[in-house]
Design a protein around this ligand. Structure first.
Ligand code: B1M
Length: 211
């Protein structure tokens, strides 16, 4: 049986196919999906993140590691997000304009699905107009924005400003998150909620809908 550490090592080497196979093997052997996520995929990505910070690896290596991470996540998704029959609400989610980081956003999306939300994923580099237009089109209850760069987090405010301009701010719950974001920043830009991680995001979204 494959070990979880092998997943982490293959991810760090950017071997997407191997990660996919190893994760599948572990799932088939009955290993808990959250354990594979935390101790295999997220641990491997945190090692890469630290090396990136210290200039020991560079963008191409991080990119292939991220691809491997997404390949593993795709296998875990059905396990992490066993969608219930009844939708608790509809969410649109995306990474803000200028920002291409999608791993955290994908995790939040999965956890929301697991909590019973219908999720419309707008992808990365999503502008304010797109967030608002799609939320209107699909009849969303909640708009979820992710940002990983200090240079793009202000684009979350653009969406909130646009909602205000259109007189639609009260129609939607707005939740923000991502590594450089915090509760203070969320309050400053006028978001309703901040969540530090994907599991909290799902809990917060559910509570917000219930209110
Ligand atoms: Co980039 N990158 N990156 N990168 N990258 C960071 C973010 C950085 C911190 C690395 C560093 O310098 N230490 C740094 C940002 C510095 C800053 O702004 N303060 C950085 C930089 C500088 C850059 C570039 C500018 C590098 C360059 O080109 N010179 C460039 C920017 C490109 C762009 O976006 N325009 C860039 C590019 C890339 C890659 C493309 C190579 C790749 C992304 C691939 C992809 O996502 N498909 C990449 C990666 C992988 C990283 C690191 C290593 C890992 C990010 C990640 O996926 N973490 C990252 C360093 C790090 O974080 N240690 C780094 C795992 C993920 C699960 O965590 O996304 O934080 P995270 O999500 C968490 C929470 O934040 C939260 O839940 C998740 C976990 O439960 N969360 C939410 C996220 N969204 C939420 C939304 C919510 C609620 C919670 O509600 C809506």
């Amino acid at each position: 049986m494959a070990g979880i550490e092998e997943v982490s090592e293959a991810l760090q080497k950017g071997k997407a196919k191997v990660v996919k196979e190893l994760v599948q093997e572990l799932v088939d052997d009955g290993v808990d999906a959250k354990k594979i996520l935390n101790e295999g995929l997220l641990f491997g990505m945190s090692v890469i993140g630290e090396k990136f910070k210290n200039n020991e690896v560079f963008v191409p290596e991080v990119l292939v590691a991220a691809r491997a991470m997404n390949a593993g996540l795709a296998i875990l998704e059905p396990k992490l997000a066993e969608i219930g029959n009844v939708s608790v609400g509809k969410a649109v989610i995306g990474t803000v304009k200028g920002d291409l980081h999608d791993i955290g956003k994908n995790l939040v999306s999965m956890m929301l699905k697991g909590a019973g939300f219908e999720v419309v994923d707008l992808g990365v580099d999503v502008g304010a107009e797109q967030f608002v237009e799609r939320a209107e089109e699909v009849g969303a209850d909640i708009i979820c924005m992710s940002a990983l760069l200090t240079t793009t987090m202000s684009n979350m405010k653009s969406t909130i400003d646009l909602l205000n301009e259109k007189g639609k701010r009260n129609k939607y719950i707005v939740m923000v998150g991502g590594a450089p974001v915090n509760d203070n920043f969320a309050k400053q830009i006028g978001a309703d909620y901040y969540a530090a991680d994907a599991a909290t995001a799902a809990t917060v979204a559910k509570q917000a809908i219930a209110q």
